[in-house]
Write a protein that binds this ligand. Structure first.
Ligand SMILES: Nc1ncnc2c1ncn2[C@@H]1O[C@H](COP(=O)(O)OP(=O)(O)O)[C@@H](O)[C@H]1O
Ligand SMILES: N[C@@H](CC(=O)OP(=O)(O)O)C(=O)O
Length: 443
């Protein structure tokens, strides 16, 4: 029987009441399954501040954060566990908190950050598994750090995860496995993370490693919406997305999905469902290879973008100039998101500015370079957008948006617009009204 992988995010396990909802969902969903859990909402942020307090050697702040972590877990325990089980459960949380204190106050190593920030998942999964025991729900708790041997986070090695995970499943037969999202081991075998929001990625890596029947990502909204519900009212859930559409939307800011989530499952054709823990009967979004309707589907936005304009007369009629430019970015391991070129200038965008100074120094030798910070990429996504003549309507409405760059044609799925971040919300709202809500709208 093929496994199902279910991932529940921070909000879904953020309180005793929500944890009960998760247990209810587990009782009615198909078995066998591996359940990937995040930390309780807010806990990873607290652990990130604990890491900062550890760097700053700020013992008052370390104590303050540890107290908040303990209180949050104790509150859930007092609601979930019987009076008889509470002392033992609380004592284990105290042991976890003591271990955290030791890491935070000990000497810093290359893995201190990962050791600290992954503790939220360790504490929650332990508590969750104990609660299932109390409710007499048979389950096996797996330690993700013993099998998530992904090597590089950019391109996880599914085979090494399989090799470590499959024997554990065989040796501990169960219909219900519980494990931690977010945590992994890097190419040196050291503890690492799949970056913030990485539990979605954990779920699809695990699904690929066990050739799962499907992945369900349970969160606090009824699927991926056609625009960012944090900024735009009256957004609608999308019933079907292709892997490519979902990948573009996640990469360009749809917070509901970690940017790399679909990569491990595309080639294996394992479907992913996005479901709402608080409204389980809502259809949610299915991400698969199936085509349903073409044309525009959704809009998302990614902040923190820096635009770089590189101007040089040497470009005129010359070849090899673009290669020289790309090599500079390559040497500084900085990836480029958008790019447009003319005869004498190139505009491109990056989101990682950690090497910007060194890049500027090199580029300034060969060209005139200007940098503009605080931009956002707005990404309009749909299957076969290029062939969809209706999508040309999108260009008619761009006059009203201060667009700094446009990329169209690089992929069949997306039109990307670069705008100053201060204009992002009004641009999202305007595009939503024009593309999805007005009479004769494209979707
Ligand atoms: N296009 C979108 N569709 C749905 N949700 C979105 C979208 N863009 C941003 N979001 C936000 O993503 C949130 C869920 O993602 P996240 O906070 O990572 O959940 P979890 O804690 O379950 O991992 C939603 O509450 C919603 O505000
Ligand atoms: N707890 C981690 C990993 C994660 O994926 O969390 P969530 O599923 O709540 O986004 C984080 O906050 O980054």
């Amino acid at each position: 029987m093929k496994m199902n992988v279910l991932k529940f995010g921070g909000t879904s396990v953020g309180s005793a009441q929500n944890i009960r909802k998760v247990v209810e969902i587990l009782s009615v969903t198909e078995k066998p399954k591996i359940v990937v859990l995040s930390a309780m909402s807010g806990v990873t942020n607290l652990l990130v501040s604990l890491n900062q307090a550890s760097i700053d050697k700020d013992s008052a702040q370390i104590t303050n954060v540890l107290e908040q972590l303990q209180a949050k877990h104790f509150e859930a325990i007092e609601d979930l566990f019987t009076a008889e089980n509470q002392p033992e459960t609380k004592a284990q949380i105290e042991t976890f908190v003591a271990a955290l204190k030791e890491i935070a106050t000990g000497g810093r190593t290359l893995t201190t950050y990962a050791e600290l920030v992954t503790y939220g998942e360790t504490m929650l999964t332990w508590m969750f598994s104990k609660f299932l025991d109390q409710e007499q729900v048979e389950n096996v708790l797996l330690n993700a750090s013993t099998f998530m041997n992904v090597g590089t986070v950019e391109n996880p090695n599914i085979d090494t995860v399989s090799e470590a995970l499959l024997p554990q499943l065989e040796q501990n037969p169960s219909q219900l496995y519980i494990t931690q999202g977010f945590v992994c081991r890097d190419e040196r075998g050291s503890l690492a993370t799949l970056k913030r929001g990485g539990s979605d990625f954990s779920a699809t890596i695990i699904a690929a490693a066990v050739s799962a029947a499907g992945v369900q990502i349970w969160t606090d909204i009824d699927g991926l919406h056609n625009n960012d519900p944090r900024y735009v009212q009256e957004t609608q859930p999308i019933e079907h997305l292709t892997y490519n559409e979902a990948a573009e939307l996640a990469y360009f800011g749809a917070k509901i999905l970690h940017p790399q989530t679909v990569a491990p499952v595309i080639d294996r054709d394992i479907p992913v469902w996005l479901k709402n823990t608080f409204e389980p009967s809502a259809p949610g979004t299915k991400i698969s290879n199936e085509y349903h309707n073409r044309g525009l589907k959704a809009i998302s936005a990614k902040d923190g973008i820096t635009a770089i304009k590189i101007k040089s007369n040497r470009m005129l009629g010359a070849h090899g100039f673009l290669r020289t430019i790309f090599e500079v970015f390559d040497r500084h391991e900085t990836s480029i998101d958008m790019i447009t070129t003319s005869e004498v200038a190139i505009s491109l965008t990056i989101d990682d500015t950690s090497h910007l100074k060194a890049i500027m120094t090199e580029l300034s030798v060969i060209a005139e370079v200007t940098v503009e910070e605080d931009h956002s990429i707005i990404c309009i996504v749909g299957e076969n957008l290029i062939a969809d003549h209706e999508s040309y309507k999108a260009f008619g409405i761009l006059n009203s948006i201060p667009v700094r760059m446009i990329a169209y044609g690089g992929s069949n799925n997306n039109i990307s617009l670069l705008v100053p971040t201060r204009e992002k919300i009004s641009a999202l709202q305007y595009l939503n009204a024009q593309l999805f809500q007005l009479e004769g709208a494209i979707a």
